[in-house]
Design a binder for this molecule. Structure first.
Ligand SMILES: [Fe+2]
Length: 216
């Protein structure tokens, strides 16, 4: 018997929660409908933006100054969670590519020892900028909050946490090599980032961050 899109998406959520990510192949509108039915809340990760983002390689001088591209351009991104600058970090990131791209998305799930290390649990970072700045640790009861593009270490422990969380272990690469490739990332357990896309200027992903209640 063929599985319905809803069955596949429900299994993806279980796999994502267990492994940190899950992938499948289907048009994006199935995800939007599944999200509505299950009460997932789409989160705009930048104020004033739509919750649905079109991610394209953008050179530093053309990028939104608050975006990762303003720093990394179309080079390799440091691994991060999405929405680390928000008081409530979204727990699920959904990415989708209608058209294949040769540029993978890289993911790393820091292990228990890292997430529970003294530095990561207690190092204090300044998060965001200007009036929106607040203090936070790189992990809380709901999981990771780490984005080296919007978090500045505020003490020695945070500097150690920064080093730990930018010294990657086993990286998994999701390859966007078929049309309608779909990726779920547990945004409170896994850091992600785009590989170098200098030779892939046509790459376009759709990305939505959700508060889905799917994290541990
Ligand atoms: Fe991201």
């Amino acid at each position: 018997m063929t599985e319905s899109p809803d069955d596949v998406l429900a299994q993806m959520i279980r796999d994502c929660r267990q492994n940190g990510w899950a992938s499948s192949v289907m048009p994006f509108f199935y995800v939007e409908s599944f999200a509505r039915e299950n009460g997932w809340e789409p989160v705009a990760t930048r104020r004033g933006d739509s919750s649905i983002s079109r991610l394209k390689p953008t050179e530093t001088n053309a990028a939104n100054p608050r975006s990762i591209s303003a720093v990394s351009g179309s080079g390799e991104q440091l691994l991060h969670v999405d929405g680390a600058h928000l008081h409530t970090v979204p727990d699920l990131v959904v990415m989708h590519a209608s058209i294949p791209s040769p540029t993978p998305t890289r993911m790393w799930k820091p292990g228990f020892d890292i997430r529970h290390s003294h530095a990561v649990r207690h190092g204090v970072f300044l998060v965001g900028s200007g009036r929106q700045t607040f203090l936070a640790t790189a992990v809380d009861d709901c999981g990771l909050r780490f984005d080296p593009y919007c978090m500045v270490p505020g003490d020695k422990r945070a500097r150690d946490a920064w080093t730990t969380l930018t010294t990657y272990g086993d990286i998994h690469e999701h390859r966007w090599d078929v049309p309608n490739s779909l990726l779920f990332v547990d945004n409170r357990a896994v850091l992600h980032g785009r590989a170098k896309a200098v030779a892939d200027q046509d790459r376009e992903l759709t990305r939505v961050a959700y508060q889905a209640g799917t994290s541990k």
